[in-house]
Design a protein around this ligand. Structure first.
Ligand SMILES: [Zn+2]
Length: 114
């Protein structure tokens, strides 16, 4: 999904099976706070699946808020670190320009020069 956010291919349906299984294995737990704030959590506590479901909720919130597309996988195939694209243009492609960005740009320049 983060590769797709960076302009790469969309995940294949089979790539999402693990996330879908996590969503099915746990329960959502809505909660109303003392000030009337409604939140959604995951149950039962203490299970790995519950933690993963909480991560799915974070993804859902980011997708609703429009920040999800900024979470990307680094464009350097040797890196693939996840990073948050803070660029104004939302066109960031590297986890770090000084390392991955320059490395890939220099590699492409050498290929063009050959
Ligand atoms: Zn990188």
């Amino acid at each position: 999904m983060l590769v797709a956010n960076g302009g790469g291919p969309q995940p294949m349906p089979g790539n999402l099976r693990a996330m879908q299984a996590v969503a099915r294995a746990s329960r959502f737990a809505p909660h109303v706070g003392p000030g009337g704030q409604v939140s959604l959590g995951a149950e039962p506590a203490g299970r790995v699946e519950t933690g993963l479901l909480a991560l799915l909720l974070v993804i859902r919130d980011a997708q609703r808020e429009g920040t999800w597309q900024r979470l990307k996988a680094c464009g350097n195939p040797d890196c693939r670190w996840a990073f948050y694209d803070r660029s104004h243009s939302r066109a960031g492609a590297w986890c770090d320009m000084a390392t991955c960005g320059n490395r890939i740009k220099n590699r492409r320049l050498r290929q063009r020069q050959r």
